[in-house]
Structures are given as C-alpha cells and as structure tokens.
Design a protein around this ligand. Structure first.
Ligand SMILES: *Cc1c(COP(=O)(O)O)cnc(C)c1O
Length: 433
C-alpha cells in the first residue's frame, strides 16, 4: 500500500517513508490510498489485541520493507491490555474502553510504542540519530519519550506549553534524560505545534538532521489506534451481536479518526460521537459553521486544548463535503463546570472516577436522549485519573490510587529549559544554530 499527501495526492510514499518523514514534503498529512474492507468473520480466532492488530493492519504494511515485521511490532507495542469494562451501576448498557494501562497511563502509549517499534526495525546510520520532534498538550510527549527512551538511534525533543500541563504530566515529560530533551515553550500547545511545522519547513534543519515527528500527524501513531476500536467492537459483536457506538474525548482528532477509519474498514461500529472541551472549533464546524481555527483556550481537559486540530485535514480528505462528514459524526462541547459536575456525580452515583478528558465523554453520554441510550455505548477513557489528581481528588473528596508504572516515574528527577515560542529560540536551545 502507498500513502498519499492530503494536499497533493500525487505525492506518494511507502509506509516506511511516511513513518520516517511524519509530514509529506508539501506540508500535507499522509493518508492511506485506500482502506481494506473486512467482515467480523475475518477476525475469527484472533483473541488478543496484537492478533487483531496484525490482521487489521496487514494491508497497510503490504509491499513495505516492514511487512514481515508487523506481527512482532504488534506484539511489542500492544503488551498491555485495552479492557472494555461494563459500568455495573449504570441504568443502561454502557461500558468504558480503558486505554490507560500503558507506561504513561494515557491512550497515546499505543501509538507511540507502535511507531517506536516500527522505527526500531528500520536501518539506522550510525552517528546520525533520527531526531523526533514532538509537540505535546500533555500526554503525547510522555508517551513518546517513554517509547523512545534509550533507543540509541533516536533522540527526542519534547515541546510543551509552559504552565498548561498538569504537574504529574510535566513530571512525565521531564523525567527521562539520556536521549530525551524537554523544552517548556512560553505559549500554547498550538504554538508548540506550529514550531514543529516550522522546523520541518526549515531547509537548513532538514538537510542537517533527519527530523521526524511523533505527533498524531504521523501515520504510525494513527494506524495502531484502529486496533483497539476493532478489538472492542468485535468483542461486543461476538458477545451480543450488536456493534457498539463510541464517544471519544477529542482534541487533535487523532483518536477519533482511528475510530472512523475502523468503521470505514467494516468493523461493526455504530455511532461515533466526539466529546470536546470548551474549544469549539470542531463542534461549531460540524453544526454547519465555518472552519474557523483559533487559539486554544485552557480547560481542565488540557490534553484536548486544541484550537486548530491538525487531523481535520485527514477528515476532510475522507469527506471533502462537510455535510457528509456531519452525517458521519457528531460533536459536542463540554464546559469546565460540566466536567467538574460529571466527575463528582459519576463518582457518587456510579462509583466511577474519571479523568477530566474522559469526563467529557461521560457528559456527552448523559446528554443522550433516552431512546438513544438503548444502544450499546462505549465511553473511551483516554487517561488514568491519577494523572490529574490535583483536579479530580478535591472533586471526589478522596485520593486516587496511582498505578505502579506512573508511581515509578514520579520518583525520578526532572529537568527542562524554557524558551520563547519561536524557531530561533528552539534552535538555540538545541544547539542547532
Ligand atoms: C491526547 C488526548 C486526548 C485527545 O486526543 P486527540 O487524538 O488529540 O483527539 C484526549 N484525552 C487525553 C487524555 C489525551 O491525552
């Protein structure tokens, strides 16, 4: 399979090339030239996420030099579970897909680990490490740093918005050392993302360094995310004969795009709903408004503070007419006040503890009219609540137990530098001038 740019469709790359480059040479994003089509029976006998993922992703690897490596990549990357857990105390049939059992306790571990496992199997020039630039709104940077830490062929530069990530997220961004550098940018996530794009457009940098991106602009982060939607939907299909509908907390649209792609490939997925925080770019657009990217506003669900989601370009490549897109998915905004209320209420009524991002999905679920609740809904839990203890604990009045992997990272020393939000400052901090 080849991958083409969302801008100039004649710019094509193999999977390996697309993984290494991150961004297409014209600044567009790589998308698959076509999608394979499956029926549930194609996955009979495949019981683990790695098994399902290997089958699902095989056509994308076909003809690439990584083709034979796919099963090993899937086994290495998907070595922690993505369980679907029923909310026992809820009145209707609703479950939660827990995507936070990886090393940094957020769903981004799946994509970051898969990308790293792919790149590890690529040829590397000794002494010329692959430089992975990653802008993060909080969780991506930690997941990427964890996945690439101490891989001798890579160095990682994490850009995060100073003061706009949770204390525990910041610790996960800055605790690595070795081949990982963390830069606190005096600006927003959108500015971090812009810096990455500018670095890629800088001919001097590109010729001196092999730069790659591990943001969800990299196709290697998106493809593996389709695996957990496939697995969760197949399980529901096998057990109940009904494909589930998903509510996905969304920011840069990478997670929900994987869900949309999985449905496009024939996986038994019903409705797809996007839960956004108070950043209204996507909900407004899907409600028939203009596409109006704008600076992001800070919210409690900070990993979703995105005012100009890059993956919109991929969604629009799939559906150039917005009406078609609006027929495919719906999106709603959730305010900070509603996030707080949802965390408090669901703790009391259901005994569930949500992170602020997952709470947006729980809120969108609560807003469903009664007849729609009869469907089989799955709320996507994107992070463990212990990552956001300073928000969650005062709301529920009790301590959130810390998963062991996270507890280990919290013990490490941390280091970072802060920079102005411009390319010159970034180059200077990295000694690239
Ligand atoms: C990144 C992130 C999101 C948003 O995912 P996108 O792929 O950017 O839409 C939601 N929740 C958490 C916890 C995240 O880290």
């Amino acid at each position: 399979m080849r991958f083409s740019s969302t801008r100039d469709g004649s710019l094509r790359a193999s999977l390996s090339e697309a993984l290494r480059r991150g961004l297409a040479p014209d600044g567009g994003l790589y998308v698959p030239e076509r999608f394979p089509e499956y029926v549930p029976a194609d996955f009979d006998g495949r019981a683990t996420l790695a098994d399902v993922g290997s089958r699902l992703l095989a056509p994308f690897f076909e003809g690439d030099r990584l083709e034979a490596d796919l099963p090993a990549v899937a086994t290495e990357a998907f070595d922690f579970p993505a369980p679907v857990r029923r909310l026992e105390r809820a009145a209707d049939r609703v479950s939660v897909l827990e995507l936070f059992h990886g090393p940094t306790a957020a769903f981004k571990d799946f994509g970051a680990r898969f990308l790293a496992a792919c790149l590890a199997r690529e040829p590397h020039e000794p002494g010329r490490p692959l430089s992975i630039l990653v802008a993060t709104s909080g969780d991506t940077g930690g997941a990427v740093a964890a996945a690439f830490h101490r891989r001798p062929w890579a160095r990682v530069i994490v850009l995060f918005p100073e003061g706009l990530v949770s204390p525990r997220q910041q610790q996960q961004l800055t605790c690595w050392g070795d081949n990982v550098r963390a830069l606190a940018v005096r600006g927003t996530f959108d500015e971090c993302q812009r810096l990455v794009k500018e670095a890629f457009a800088d001919p001097g940098l590109m010729t001196r360094f092999e730069l790659s991106s591990a943001n969800s602009i990299n196709i290697g982060r998106l493809l593996p995310q389709t695996a957990y939607y496939a697995m969760a939907s197949l399980q529901a299909w096998w057990e109940e004969g009904e494909g589930p509908s998903f509510i996905v907390p969304s920011g840069n649209l990478g997670n929900v795009l994987a869900c949309i792609w999985a449905r496009r490939m024939g996986l038994p997925i019903g409705e797809i709903r996007l839960a956004h925080n108070a950043n209204p770019t996507v909900p407004e657009f899907l409600a028939g408004g203009d596409w109006r990217p704008r600076p992001s506003v800070p919210t409690l669900a900070s990993a979703m503070d995105v005012g100009n989601p890059s993956n919109m370009e991929r969604l629009r490549a799939l559906h150039p007419d917005w009406r078609e897109l609006a027929a495919e998915v719906r999106a709603q905004s959730v305010s900070d006040e509603e996030i707080r209320l949802r965390i408090r209420e669901d703790y009391l009524e259901l005994g569930e503890t949500w992170c602020p991002h997952t709470a947006t999905a729980a809120e969108v679920y609560r807003r469903l009219p009664r007849e729609e609740r009869a469907r089989r809904w799955i709320l996507v839990a994107t992070a463990h609540p212990a990552k956001f203890n300073e928000i969650v604990e005062p709301l529920i009045g009790s301590a959130v137990p810390v998963p062991p992997a996270l507890a280990e990272l919290l013990e490490l020393p941390s280091a970072y530098e802060d920079i102005a939000p411009d390319l010159g400052a970034m180059k200077a901090a990295l000694g690239l001038e």
